[in-house]
Design a protein around this ligand. Structure first.
Ligand SMILES: C[S@@+](CC[C@H](N)C(=O)[O-])C[C@H]1O[C@@H](n2cnc3c(N)ncnc32)[C@H](O)[C@@H]1O
Length: 216
């Protein structure tokens, strides 16, 4: 892989930081979980970085990694860069645009020491085709032993894990009938189709899960 180029932080306006309130609540438990999974050095590709708050929190605390944020919406790149600058993180590389529905995942192709793909709160708030494309890309770009790590709400055996998740699922589907909380069985089956074996299902606060799929 190319040397990890940390971002040039001159001329960064911290007012470009955008805030996702959920990140303040979940970043610490997710970090604790990532510390148990991301043991080996290498690059982590984040899919759907959103505001960039997660990467800016994780990267300085996981200094053996290079964090590659990506965001489908280029308007969010300034926020991702501003959060990285705010954290003074030296192991975050500049955000790239990644739409997993695109055939080639250029940021992934550029990371030949890729060890993991991390994606938080993406698969329920996008059509199922995005989940399929995320897994297909992970199956294609992760090396053997690499991991796809998902964080968010999931349904287990057709049942929401809490009433609040049932309400959230109904709300998602009212926004877009193609959105909705995914069933653990469906993502597990999809993983198997893509060469990714489900290894870990970890209970997280607020009825969320962290999932690890291992590239075999
Ligand atoms: C609710 S936000 C999650 C942001 C952040 N990961 C978090 O946990 O706060 C959903 C994300 O899905 C991403 N997304 C939607 N469609 C996508 C696609 N086709 N490819 C990649 N990312 C996509 C959006 O860009 C957005 O960042």
């Amino acid at each position: 892989m190319e040397p990890a180029l940390s971002m040039a932080y001159d001329d960064i306006d911290l007012n470009d930081r955008r805030f996702a309130p959920s990140v303040m609540r979940n970043r610490e438990p997710i970090l604790d979980f990532l510390k148990t999974v991301l043991i080996e050095p290498g690059s982590v590709l984040e899919v759907g970085s959103g505001t960039g708050e997660h990467g800016a929190w994780f990267a300085p605390r996981l200094p053996h990694l290079t964090w590659q944020p990506t965001e489908f919406d280029p308007d969010m790149h300034k926020s991702i860069t501003a959060w990285a600058a705010d954290a003074g993180a030296e192991n975050i590389v500049p955000p790239q645009t990644l739409d997993v529905l695109d055939k080639t995942w250029l940021p992934a192709e550029g990371l030949d020491d890729l060890v993991a793909i991390f994606s938080s709160c993406v698969v329920h708030i996008t059509p199922w085709a995005v989940t399929e494309a995320l897994f297909r890309g992970a199956g294609k770009y992760l090396p053997t032993g690499g991991s796809l790590i998902l964080y968010g709400p999931f349904i287990i055996d057709g049942e929401p894990t809490a009433p609040s998740n049932a309400d959230f699922d109904a709300w998602l589907r009212s926004q877009d009938p193609d959105w909705g909380i995914r069933d653990l069985n469906d993502v597990t089956e999809l993983g198997e189709d893509c060469g990714l074996t489900r290894e870990t299902v970890a209970q997280m606060p607020a009825n969320n899960l962290s999932l690890v799929f291992r590239r075999i």
